[in-house]
Ligand binder design. Structure first.
Ligand code: GDD
Length: 335
């Protein structure tokens, strides 16, 4: 039986990846923070249904000894490093902590693995944010990076660290350059979930408008459940290589609004208001990925279309509100 370690297991991607690895017969361990602002019920809501089948280990991405300790206790075949401060807007608000957590966290994981188990295969969650002010479209593995946020810069550093451990120490270390990927488990601060949760709130009479920033930004949005399968495939290859994972389609935030509101028989133009506070100091205007290498070499394919993704997210939020007791509804709807 293979044993895997997932950092960020309580997040959207971590939860889908844990399910996928369990379905393949893996023993799954996950790193969780010892302290968090969210209460445990909410914090572990995405992995609640897996709790008796996974091993949770407390540690902090900011503490090398805590990570070293976990890696010294068990022998892992594969390590998926997903933990990060992943909200781009927050990285402008506090670039220092984003850099500390994202860059040092990756470095600590790599250094501890090199020290204790250099044969463990390592996956780094790279990002299409690394392309930033894009030099070409669509973007592929050879497209130069030009990050536009502290978050993007931290991901370029993690990508370089991962490649350097591969080249310097001959370790099996790869980066997935994943374009935006969403699902009903997406955090509420990201634009897709902000839109679908507010659509549900408006339908339930709990919200009257949706305040957004740049509606013209274009993103290549896929489904997280499809994307975690690519992560796993990347660690099963004869040689370590980096891969772009994307749908090859791009849509504006406005398109997303139109479709999501339309799914609930609403017209987004009646509810969406532009609010400068949600615009970023530097924006990534256009992302569209070319995942030919992943399709060709990994045999990766997607199961969800863009429309199915949006439908599933809207339905998930509508159903969640339907199932909530009245007094909790106000709290759950983040407008
Ligand atoms: N979050 C948010 N909130 N975004 C808004 C809003 C708003 O009110 N209004 C417009 N947007 C625009 C942002 O300016 C951006 O262009 C786009 O919507 C998507 O924003 P996010 O959903 O926050 O995601 P992201 O593209 O910045 O980053 C996500 O994808 C990356 C991969 O490209 C995150 O998941 C990153 O962690 C990931 O690496």
């Amino acid at each position: 039986m293979k044993r895997a370690l997932i950092t960020g297991i309580s997040g959207q991607d971590g939860s889908y990846l844990a399910e996928h690895l369990l379905s393949l017969g893996y023993e799954v361990h996950g790193i969780v923070r010892r302290v968090a602002l969210e209460d445990p019920t909410r914090r572990f809501s995405r992995i609640d249904h897996l709790r008796d089948r996974i091993n949770l280990q407390p540690a902090s991405m900011e503490s090398y000894p805590s990570l070293f300790n976990i890696i010294s206790k068990h022998k892992f075949d594969e390590c998926y490093h997903l933990a990060a401060q992943s909200f781009v807007a927050e990285s402008f608000a506090d670039g220092f902590s984003t850099m500390n957590t994202n860059i040092n966290g990756t470095h600590y994981m790599l250094a501890a693995l090199r020290e204790l188990q250099p044969e463990c295969r390592f996956y780094f969650a790279g990002s299409s944010e690394m392309f930033g002010k894009v030099r070409e479209s669509p973007q592929n593995e050879a497209t130069p990076f030009h990050p536009r946020s502290p978050y993007g810069i931290s991901k370029v550093a993690g990508f370089d660290l991962t490649r350097n451990y591969r080249e310097a120490y001959d370790m099996y270390c790869v980066s997935g350059i994943l374009f935006n990927h969403e699902s009903p488990r997406r955090g509420y601060e990201f634009v897709t979930r902000k839109i679908t949760s507010t659509v549900a709130g408006i339908k339930a009479g709990l919200a009257g408008e949706l305040r957004l920033g740049n509606l013209e930004a274009k993103r290549d949005w896929g489904h997280a459940e499809d994307y975690v399968k690519a992560m796993h495939l990347m660690l099963q290859q004869p040689e370590p290589e980096d891969y772009v994972v994307a749908t090859g389609e791009t849509h504006t935030v406005r398109d997303f609004c139109e479709l999501a509101f339309g799914k609930a028989n609403l017209d987004y133009r009646d509810f969406v208001k532009i609010d400068e506070q949600f615009c970023r100091p530097a924006e990534v205007d256009l992302l569209i990925g070319d995942a030919s290498r992943a399709r060709r070499s990994l045999g990766w394919k997607m199961n969800y279309t863009f429309e199915e993704l949006v439908s599933q997210m809207v339905k998930g939020d509508l159903d969640a509100l339907d199932n909530l007791p009245n007094k909790q509804r106000q709290i759950e709807t983040i407008a």
